[in-house]
Ligand binder design. Structure first.
Ligand code: SF4
Length: 834
C-alpha cells in the first residue's frame, strides 16, 4: 500500500488491515495542487473537515497566501491520517471566482453591491423597527451545520437573551435532530454514547439507514480495514439501496421505506423471545422493560415481513447476529432520521443496546450519527431549538442557571414553550408572524421540502431576508441583504464531530475581498443593537474566537458537554479531545455511560421526554414518577403506516439522499472540479424490474412527479429495491441559466421539488424519504449513461439491458491522484488513546 491513488476512482484508497482489539494503522493522505510537492508548501495550518461529521483532522497547505492542498493529521484519534474525497478536493471552492466579496442590498427589486455599514445598518434598523412594532416573535434565525462553535454560541446568546425570540434553529433540523431526540428520549440527554474507536473492538457492526461508505468515508475505511484483518466483524445492513455496505454485509435487509419501526420491533421481539436480554444490566440501568416486552410480544418476523416486504427468515437471521454479538456497535443515519416514525425507530435501536447491555465498553456502543460537521455544536450551543449546555427549557432551575451565566433576568430567556423548529419558522414566515429571517450558512431554497412553497415564502415583500453565505446561492438571490462570509481556512474556531471530538481549525489565509467571519458579523450586530445584561454591561462581552470559546466554557461548566478542560492551546499540535473534558476527566472522555446512565436524573436531564406518537411533551411530575432514579428509558413504539402510501396515480415510493462526492446543495463541492466531474448532474435510480415494466433504459430522461411538484433527470438502473425511486438531493439551480429555480411551468432538477411538508412529531425532522411518486419517460436517451457515479450505491446493476456497457466508469484522472503514505504503526506518531 502507498503511492499515488486516483481517489475519485478509489474513494477509500488502499487498505491497512488490522485485527480486532488492535490499533488502526496510520496512513497519511496528501493532496497538493498544480504539481506542487511538500517542499513547495510554506506553512501547514491545523484544521479538520467541514464537509461531513467524521471530523477528519488535517493540515492545510499554504503558499503565497493561498490554500494549495491538504494533508491528513497522522496524530489525530479520528482519522489516523486519512482523508475522504471531499476533504481532499473540496478546499478548492474557497478560491472560486464567484465568491461573494462585498455585501449586497436590494434596491428597486435588484441586489446591488454595497458596503458593510449600509448592510448592517439595514439589518439593525429593521430589527429595531420590528421589535418596536411586533415584538421579538417577529424575528427568526435559521443557521447551519457549517459554522463554528464560537459562532453558534454567540448567535444563541443574541437570539435568546438579546432579541428574546423562540425562533432560532439550524439546518441540523433536516439532518440529525432525530439523533439528538432519540438520545434524549433514551438517556435523558443528548450526547453520543460511543466513540469511533468502537469500530476497532466490535465483533458485530449494524448500520441502520446509514450509508457510511458515502457519508462518513473515513470511518468506512476503518471498517474495511477491520474486514480485511484478522477476526473481522459481522456486518448487518438495513438499507433499501445496494450500498457498498449492503454488498459486504452478512445480512442485508432492504425494507419498504417508512417501515423501520415495524422491522425494529420484530428484531426486538426476537431478542426477547430468544432471551438474549442482559437482565442484570436491564435491572440495574433501565426502566420500562415489562412494557417494552409486552408491546413487542406480537411483532413477529412474519408480521414485520408483511409490512416491510423483507423475508421473515432474514429478519430472524439478523436478530440472531445481533442477539449473539459480544461487542455490538450500531450506527444510525438518514434512512432512519428522515423517514416515517423517525424518533420512534431510532429509540428502538437504543433499546436494542440497552436490552443487550451493549453500552459503555470498547466495541459496545451506539453512534446516533450526525451528517454535518458542526451539527453537534448547534445542539450544544442551543442554536438548534435547545437551550445552551443541554439545559431543559421546562426546568426553571436550568433557565435560572443560564440566566446567571448570561447575567440576565430569567424572564429575558424565552422558555414558556419549546424553541421553534425550522419547519414551523417557515410556516410562521408564510403566515406573516415572522417578518425577518436571518439565514446563515445554509440554502433552504434547495434543501427544504416542497421548494415551490419555500421560494414563495422567501420571495414575499413583507419578509425581510438576510443571507450570510459564501456564494450567490439560490437562497441568496431571494434575499434583501446578502453578507459575504469567510469560511473554513479563512477564520479560526472549534468544532465537534459526531463522536464528541473537539477540533481546532486555525485561520490559514485571508478571506476574499470584504468577506468576514460569521463571528465578526454577529459581534458587529450585537454591538449595533447594543444588547445589555441586567447590570448594563454588554451582553456579548467577547471579541474574538478564543474569548468566545472561553465564554462558552463557562456556559458548559457542569453540564454533560463540559468543555472547561479544553483550551485552544491544548488543541494545537496534537489530537482532538472528546468532551466532557474537565478537572475530573482532563484528557477527555471516550465513552459515556461506562458506569450506568448519569444524565437522566429528573433534576439534571435535558428533557422530560415526549410521546413517541404525538410528540407531546411529558411534564416534570410525570417524569419523576416514571424515572425517579434517572435510569435509561426503554420506550416502546407501535408501528403506524406512513402518511403517504403509493396509489394508482403515484405508484412508487420516492426516497432522497446523497452521494459520496457532494455535500449538501453543492455550494462547495460543485465548485471542486474532481467532485463535480464525478457526479455532475442529477439522476433518478430505479430497479431493473421497474425500468423494464415501464420500457425505460439507462440514460433515458425521466420525470418524477408527486402531488407537490416534479423534477427531471437521467435514469440509472441499479439494484435498488423494486417500487422505490432514489434521487440525490444536492442539485439546485445556481449552475443553471436561471440561477434560482426552474423556469415557469417546467419541472426542475431539485429533489425537493417533489418532497412533502411533513415532519416527525417528536424530532420535527422533515420526512424526505416517504413520498408517493410517478415515473414517466420524457425523452429517450442517446446512448449516454446517467451522470451517476459507478463507484457507489448508484453503480449500475450488472446485466440490465443497456446499462453496464454504456455507463462511464467513474474516474478522476491525473488531477485526482493523492499520495498515500503508510501504513505505519500509530505509536510512531505518539498516538495517545485516552
Ligand atoms: S448530506 Fe444529509 S447527512 Fe449530510 S449533512 Fe446534509 S442533511 Fe446531514
Amino acid at each position: 500500500m502507498g503511492g499515488h491513488v486516483d481517489r475519485i476512482a478509489e474513494p477509500w484508497g488502499g487498505r491497512t488491515p488490522y485485527a480486532r482489539g488492535g490499533t488502526w494503522p496510520v496512513r497519511v493522505d496528501t493532496y497538493l495542487a498544480d504539481g506542487l510537492d511538500q517542499a513547495a508548501v510554506q506553512r501547514w495550518v491545523q484544521s479538520a473537515s467541514i464537509l461531513h461529521s467524521d471530523g477528519d483532522a488535517m493540515d492545510v497547505a499554504v503558499r503565497d497566501g493561498r490554500i494549495v492542498g491538504v494533508r491528513g493529521r497522522a496524530v489525530d484519534r479520528v482519522n489516523h491520517g486519512r482523508l475522504g474525497p471531499k476533504d481532499l478536493f473540496g478546499w478548492q471552492a474557497n478560491a472560486s471566482p464567484d465568491r461573494l466579496t462585498r455585501p449586497l442590498v436590494r434596491e428597486g427589486g435588484r441586489l446591488v453591491e454595497s458596503d458593510w455599514d449600509t448592510a448592517m445598518g439595514r439589518i439593525a434598523g429593521r430589527t429595531r423597527q420590528l421589535l418596536e412594532e411586533r415584538g421579538p416573535g417577529s424575528i427568526g434565525f435559521y443557521t447551519s451545520g457549517q459554522l463554528f462553535l464560537e459562532e453558534y454560541y454567540t448567535l444563541a446568546v443574541i437570539a435568546r437573551a438579546g432579541i428574546g425570540t423562540h425562533h432560532l434553529d439550524g439546518n441540523t433540523r433536516l439532518c440529525t435532530s432525530t439523533a439528538a431526540e432519540a438520545l434524549k428520549e433514551s438517556f435523558g440527554c443528548d450526547g453520543q454514547p460511543g466513540t469511533y474507536d468502537d469500530i476497532d473492538h466490535a465483533d458485530t457492526i449494524a448500520l441502520f439507514g446509514h450509508n457510511i461508505a458515502e457519508t462518513q468515508p473515513v470511518q468506512w475505511m476503518r471498517v474495511l480495514d477491520r474486514l480485511d484483518g484478522a477476526d473481522p466483524p459481522r456486518l448487518v445492513c438495513v438499507d433499501p439501496r445496494p450500498t457498498r455496505v449492503a454488498r459486504l454485509a452478512d445480512v442485508h435487509l432492504a425494507p419498504r421505506v417508512g417501515t423501520n419501526a415495524a422491522l425494529l420491533n420484530a428484531l426486538l421481539h426476537e431478542i426477547v423471545r430468544t432471551d438474549r436480554v442482559d437482565h442484570a444490566y436491564v435491572a440495574a440501568h433501565t426502566v420500562g422493560y415489562e412494557e417494552l416486552a409486552r408491546r413487542v410480544a406480537g411483532t413477529t418476523p412474519e408480521w414485520a415481513a408483511r409490512i416491510c416486504d423483507v423475508p421473515a427468515a432474514r429478519i430472524r437471521e439478523a436478530a440472531e447476529v445481533l442477539g449473539t454479538a459480544a461487542r455490538l456497535l450500531s450506527t444510525v443515519l438518514q434512512g432512519v432520521y428522515q423517514s416515517h416514525q423517525a424518533t420512534a425507530a431510532a429509540v428502538q435501536i437504543n433499546n436494542l443496546h440497552l436490552l443487550r447491555g451493549m453500552l459503555g465498553r470498547p466495541g459496545a456502543g451506539v453512534l446516533q450519527m450526525n451528517g454535518q460537521p458542526t451539527a453537534q455544536n448547534t445542539r450544544e450551543c442551543g442554536a438548534d431549538g435547545d437551550l445552551p449546555g443541554f439545559r431543559n427549557w421546562q426546568n426553571d432551575q436550568h433557565v435560572a442557571d443560564l440566566a446567571r451565566v448570561w447575567n440576565v433576568d430569567p424572564s429575558a430567556i424565552p422558555h414558556h414553550g419549546p424553541p421553534t423548529h425550522a419547519m414551523q419558522m417557515f410556516r410562521y414566515a408564510e403566515q406573516g408572524t415572522v417578518r425577518m429571517l436571518w439565514i446563515s450558512g445554509t440554502n433552504p431554497a434547495v434543501s427544504l421540502p416542497e421548494l415551490r412553497r419555500i421560494r414563495s415564502v422567501l420571495a414575499q415583500d413583507r419578509l425581510f431576508v438576510v443571507v450570510q453565505d459564501l456564494f450567490p446561492t439560490e437562497t441568496a438571490r431571494l434575499a434583501d441583504v446578502v453578507l459575504p462570509a469567510a469560511t473554513w481556512g479563512e477564520k479560526t474556531g472549534t468544532f465537534t464531530n459526531a463522536d464528541r471530538t473537539v477540533h481546532l481549525s486555525d485561520k490559514a489565509v485571508d478571506p476574499p475581498g470584504e468577506a468576514r467571519a460569521d463571528l465578526d458579523v454577529f459581534l458587529d450586530y450585537a454591538a449595533r443593537m447594543d444588547f445589555r445584561d441586567k447590570d448594563g454591561g454588554p451582553l456579548v462581552d467577547w471579541h474574538d474566537p478564543e474569548s468566545a470559546f472561553e465564554a462558552w466554557k463557562r456556559c458548559s461548566a457542569g453540564r454533560p458537554c463540559d468543555y472547561t478542560g479544553i483550551t485552544y492551546e491544548g488543541l494545537r499540535g496534537g489530537s482532538g479531545i472528546q468532551w466532557p473534558c474537565h478537572t475530573g476527566a482532563p484528557r477527555g472522555t471516550p465513552r459515556l455511560y461506562t458506569d450506568g446512565v448519569t444524565w437522566a436524573a429528573p433534576d439534571v436531564c435535558e428533557t422530560y421526554g415526549k410521546d413517541l406518537v404525538t410528540g407531546a411533551a411529558t411534564e416534570a411530575v410525570e417524569y419523576r414518577a416514571l424515572n425517579p432514579d434517572g435510569k435509561a428509558m426503554l420506550k416502546a413504539a407501535d408501528y403506524l403506516p406512513p402518511h403517504e402510501e403509493p396509489d394508482e396515480r403515484y405508484p412508487f415510493q420516492l426516497t432522497t439522499g446523497r452521494t459520496l462526492y457532494h455535500f449538501h446543495t453543492r455550494t462547495k463541492t460543485g465548485r471542486a472540479p474532481q467532485l463535480d466531474g464525478a457526479a455532475p448532474d442529477v439522476w433518478v435510480e430505479a430497479s431493473a424490474a421497474d425500468a423494464a415494466a415501464h420500457g425505460l433504459a439507462e440514460g433515458d430522461l425521466v420525470q418524477v412527479a408527486t402531488a407537490r411538484g416534479a423534477l427531471r433527470g437521467r435514469l440509472r438502473i441499479t439494484a435498488i429495491r423494486p417500487g422505490l425511486l432514489f434521487v440525490p438531493f444536492h442539485y439546485g439551480y445556481w449552475d443553471t441559466p436561471s440561477g434560482q429555480g426552474p423556469a415557469e411551468g417546467v419541472p426542475g432538477r431539485a429533489a425537493n421539488e417533489a418532497t412533502v411538508t411533513d415532519w416527525d412529531p417528536v424530532s420535527k425532522q422533515p420526512l424526505f424519504k416517504t413520498a408517493a411518486a410517478a415515473l414517466t419517460l420524457v425523452e429517450r436517451g442517446d446512448g449516454t449513461a446517467a451522470p451517476a457515479p459507478t463507484t457507489t450505491a448508484s453503480a449500475p446493476v450488472d446485466g440490465a439491458p443497456g446499462t453496464a456497457p454504456r455507463a462511464r466508469t467513474t474516474v478522476g484522472g491525473p488531477s485526482a491522484y493523492v499520495t498515500e503514505s503508510g501504513p505505519l504503526p500509530w505509536d510512531e506518531y505518539g498516538g495517545d488513546r485516552a
